[in-house]
Design a protein around this ligand. Structure first.
Ligand code: PMP
Length: 460
């Protein structure tokens, strides 16, 4: 892009574009990183740099950039019928086929699909449907929601109260009084120790204790991610999801699994629930559903939840809707993306490539900054610590995450540097062994450079 054009765009951005989840004043200082194109697992910025994307955009472009068949599916649908409402009994063919396909692919308990525009409104829809469900089945006092510390469930008015990230609460009057948290099953820093059974036991006990404290008759649902994403890629032990599901059944509360990140091959199988044969009452999805090529999310629900809502207010419509629910272009995109995961072999490639990803992460453990490497499938993290034995965190004043993200960009690799000095990775399912080699070479160079900075060197 030409320099004058770039300067103009940068100043228009500062003046008018509000960015999600940044400090607005620091963004005005820093300015935007403008991306112009993508191909495979690479992005090109406006300065002409080619960057290796190890985060699939925002954990969504699971099929990589420039998939021509997806572009074709969108174009053809736009030409034929760019929009059809799903209000008032209207529908389009791609929306119906997608709902049916998702029911075929999802855990067997889930039979009905409501489409949204993304993950936040899928969580919002889940909360509204659950409220409706308990009101219409004669248990209106069941209104309390429980989620996990370090959990992320989007930024809708109520969903951000289930999210457990301080910036989503402060000045927003959240969480709401009926929203509660239990500890994250964070293996690296778990008070119950490192033993998987102890970690699972502690989570189940915490859920039981919270439900007992609130009164079982007052609790509606427990929300969780199979692997916590935005909270720092926290990978619970295998068996944790199943144990939480069973606990919810015993406690007579709904079990809602938020697969917005973990869905669509991110952790290996199409859905993380599959690995443990978990049958949720509701499931939220987005991101990999359309691989970022068009906005779309969904909430899937069981027959029991659907039927209670369907019979909840005879003769009255269920007052939940979006103009763009079941958007035909997004649905056509999703159908083609699903084809790429399955017949296109991307799901299988993701599984086949995971050992390269895992080995690269493990190798980083020998770096002086890295305290832990963890992953499930192609969702992984490195946790940086000042003292590996004591697992001491770096002084936040060092701003280590920001410095690592900046150094990574100079080395032409993009991943996510979270607070608490956790580096998150979510490579596309189409990564090859040589792309993983390049990723870890650039990552090592980045960590070496940051370690060479005198104040960082003094801190380890
Ligand atoms: N749930 C989870 C688990 C997520 O990771 C996200 C997004 N990162 C959301 C919900 C919200 O999705 P969206 O940003 O599409 O609204």
């Amino acid at each position: 892009m030409h320099n004058t054009e770039l300067t103009e765009l940068a100043s228009l951005d500062r003046a008018h574009l509000i960015h999600p989840v940044v400090n607005y004043r620091s963004h005005e200082q820093r300015g935007a990183t403008i991306l112009v194109s993508g191909h495979g697992v690479y992005l090109n910025d406006a300065q002409g740099n080619e960057l290796l994307d190890a985060f699939s955009g925002l954990w969504c472009v699971n099929v990589g950039y420039g998939q021509e068949s997806v572009v074709r599916a969108a174009t053809e649908q736009m030409r034929q019928l760019p929009y059809a409402t799903s209000y008032f009994h209207f529908a389009s063919e791609p929306a119906i086929r997608l709902a049916a396909r998702l029911v075929e692919l999802a855990p067997a308990s889930l039979r009905h699909v409501y489409f949204t525009l993304g993950g936040s409104d899928a969580v919002d829809a889940a909360i509204r449907f659950i409220t409706y469900y308990f009101n219409s089945t004669g248990r209106p006092q069941k209104k309390h929601f429980i989620s996990l510390e370090r959990g992320y469930h989007g930024s809708s008015s109520q969903g951000s109260g289930l999210t457990a990230i301080a910036a989503f609460h402060q000045n927003f009057d959240l969480p709401l009084p009926h929203q509660h948290k239990i500890p994250s099953p964070y293996p690296y820093r778990n008070e119950a120790g490192q033993d998987p059974q102890a970690i699972i036991g502690a989570s189940v006990a915490a859920l039981r204790a919270k439900v007992a404290a609130l009164g079982a008759d007052n609790v509606a649902a427990f929300f969780c991610e199979p692997v916590q994403g935005s909270g720092g890629v926290i990978v619970p032990p295998k068996g944790w999801l199943k144990a939480m599901r069973e606990a919810c059944r015993e406690l007579d509360i709904l079990f809602v699994v938020d697969e917005v990140i973990t869905g669509f091959g991110r952790t290996g199988p199409l859905f993380a629930c599959e690995a443990e044969d978990v049958q949720p009452d509701l499931m939220t999805i987005a991101k990999g559903l359309t691989a970022g090529y068009a906005p779309m999310g969904a909430v899937l629900m069981s027959d029991a939840v659907y039927c209670a809502i369907a019979d909840g207010a005879p003769g009255m419509p269920v007052g939940h809707g979006h103009t763009y629910s079941a958007h035909p272009v997004s649905a056509a995109v999703a159908l083609e993306v699903l084809r790429l995961y399955e017949e296109g072999g991307l799901l299988a490639n993701g599984v086949a490539q995971t050992p390269h990803f895992e080995a690269g992460l493990r190798e980083m453990l020998s770096h002086p900054l890295v305290g832990e490497a963890r992953n499930r499938g192609l969702l992984g993290a490195l946790e940086l610590v000042a003292d590996k034995g004591a697992k001491t965190r770096f002084d936040p004043a060092l701003k280590l995450s920001e410095r690592i993200a900046a150094a990574a960009y100079r080395n032409r690799v993009i991943f996510r540097a979270f607070g608490d000095n956790i580096l998150g990775f979510a490579p596309a399912l189409c990564y090859t062994a040589s792309e993983f080699e390049l990723l870890f070479a650039r990552l090592k160079k980045t960590l070496d450079e940051v370690l060479d900075e005198p104040d960082v060197r003094r801190s380890v």
